[in-house]
Design a protein around this ligand. Structure first.
Ligand code: SAH
Length: 271
């Protein structure tokens, strides 16, 4: 029997502190839904005090979640591209991003990934360079290469994501320069487009670095709708011009022109 703990979350800050508390309490897995967090445990733990208090315990029979999840994953089409789990297709083609997510995030099923894919699809990436911050499975980086980007750099703080993203790039026959770290891992490089599907707090704290790494267009996501204003303000304060805010399932992706005083002062990327 598996136990799950369902915790309604009031806002993004509550979500972040609760998620940290649930991992800290030994959760085996977390499922982040728009207004609640579901945590899976082997055995009940006392969560009454602290930010994870106030949820309810539920029991559910043991199931092979991974097998069921994999079997249920359908290809997802956004704009010109379809993201397909590797076990559903025989091989890559120009309109398909083939992904085996392993333990990394990014199958194309999460609203934030889909909104980033849509934002990339709206740009003309032909001949452009792109930086993907928080690449996870590499889904956005591979998609950018499919959409015509000639130089794609991807970073992730999670070494497992770095490994998975490299595998997915080669699975698709595209070149992605995958590096371990965050935006500081590419300090000297200014890409035409930067995409970052990471948590709101990370976007806010990395705003300067994201804009400094970005020559033209910045796409940020992973933002709960109620915190969209905070991010648009932070970007606006730094001279960026927000051109689009897309919402899906309570999540937003924000596209901005990364206008800044020293734009273009760094050399172009090596090819
Ligand atoms: N880009 C994928 C995955 C998003 S999940 C998609 O859109 O589906 C977010 C990823 O960002 C995770 O793999 C996580 O390890 C990574 N991450 C979180 N904070 C980061 C940071 N500050 N710098 C770089 N990567 C970060």
């Amino acid at each position: 029997m598996t136990l799950r703990y369902v915790l309604p979350v009031a806002d993004d800050l509550h979500r972040e502190t609760a998620v940290a508390a649930l991992w800290g309490a030994g959760a085996d897995g977390l499922w982040e839904r728009p207004h609640e967090v579901v945590a899976y445990f082997d055995a009940a733990v006392d969560l009454t005090a602290g930010p994870a208090g106030g949820g309810r315990w539920e029991e559910e029979p043991d199931r092979d979640w991974l097998a069921e999840w994999k079997a249920g994953l359908e290809p997802v089409t956004v704009g010109r591209l379809t993201v397909a789990p590797s076990w559903t297709v025989s091989g890559p083609d120009a309109a398909t991003v083939v992904i085996d997510p392993g333990m990394a995030f990014g199958t194309g099923h999460h609203a934030t990934t889909r909104r980033c894919l849509a934002a990339l699809d709206r740009l003309d990436l032909t001949g452009r360079s792109l930086l993907d911050v928080g690449t996870g499975s590499g889904v956005l980086a591979v998609a950018a290469a499919r959409l015509g980007a000639v130089r794609v750099v991807a970073v992730d703080v999670d070494p497992e994501a770095v490994r998975v993203a490299r595998e997915n790039a080669s699975r698709n026959g595209v070149e992605v320069d995958v590096r371990h770290g965050s935006v500081e891992a590419v300090p000297a490089e200014r890409c035409d487009v930067t995409v970052a599907n990471i948590a709101t707090a990370a976007i806010v704290s990395l705003a300067d670095a994201l804009l400094a790494a970005c020559g033209e267009t910045l796409i940020v996501s992973g933002i709960a709708a109620e915190r969209a204003d905070q991010v648009t303000t932070v970007l606006g304060d730094r001279g960026a011009r927000v051109t689009r805010v897309d919402e899906e399932d309570g999540w937003v992706a924000i596209t901005a022109d990364a206008v800044s005083g020293d734009a273009g002062s760094q050399p172009p990327l090596p090819t």
